[in-house]
Design a protein around this ligand. Sequence first.
Ligand SMILES: [Fe+2]
Ligand SMILES: [Fe+2]
Length: 354
Amino acid sequence: MNPDTPECAGGIRMTRDRVSADNKRIILNNRTVDVNQLVPIKYKWAWHFYLDGCANHWMPTEVSMQRDIEQWKNPGAFTPDERHVIKRNFGFFSTAETLVGNNIVLSIYKMVDNPECRQYLLRQAFEEAIHVHAFQYIVESLSLDEAEIFNMYRENQAIYEKDEFSMSCTDGIIDQNVDLTTKEGLQKFIDNLVAFYVVTEGIFFYSGFVTMLSFGRQNRMPGACEQIQYILRDESIHMNFGIQLINSIIEENPYCWTTQFTDYLITRIKRAVELEVNYARECLPRGVLGLNVALMREYVQYIADRRLEKLHLPRQYNSSNPFPWMSEVIDLKKEKNFFETRVTEYQTGGALEW
Ligand SMILES: [Fe+2]
Ligand SMILES: [Fe+2]
């Protein structure tokens, strides 16, 4: 680590040299830029992501699980294949949300020392805690086997492989003394940001979202699906913040964006698509609700291309979107939630691009 790089609070020194926005950088701020001073704000986008996150605030326990409980207890309400996919998705999300929160706090926060970006990271970390809470609340409400759900990421191959893909990048930052002043250090950090913001939150969550929201469209599991709808909205802000963060770091440190490195990232994203399709195969061995592995593959490839484009990388698949209704769920800004279980008062979803 560069000795001039402030870590965490970094200490303060007495001076009359005031912080100027021009001196601020996303990472590697020097000692003239105080990590504790939000203002003057240079990265207005980071502040606006923070405000959007706050405007979308919600808590799991505000959502009634009563109808879900009645439906889940009714032996005829779901086929065995439907129960299988629902439990798989709860199993995946219940630990994946924790992985994302841990990575923010243990990896990203110490590397990104810009105060307005840190303000958003604090908000995002809280939202991840709310998402963890949501799955705990759903599992408890439905009296599911907690051990089965929360151990699933170590017991199920497809979930394990997705989580291992992400967690190996957290370990890479925690275990080693990553030096962001070197090209290799920066690339390692960007690899972590891509693994979490682009892959975990931008790809690995999506076949779960599509499947669960397909139940919601039929008014089944309405309480769980309402919460998943809010999580999806939060996640699309997380992903957009992350991509802006990555692109800004690259803009400030263009030497790290080599062809060799972008080729590596494309390979990683293609691997993530394979893992997500494997997961869909595990969840939907015979298909439910008109969903099947072929449609899931098309959708995951479609969203992977969108993510690649936002990183200014070439599309790899050119697949079309088999679930155009998903964009309505994400773009919904106000008044009612998608399943009309209650009126909500969201002030903004921002102009979400996904
Ligand atoms: Fe989350
Ligand atoms: Fe997230």
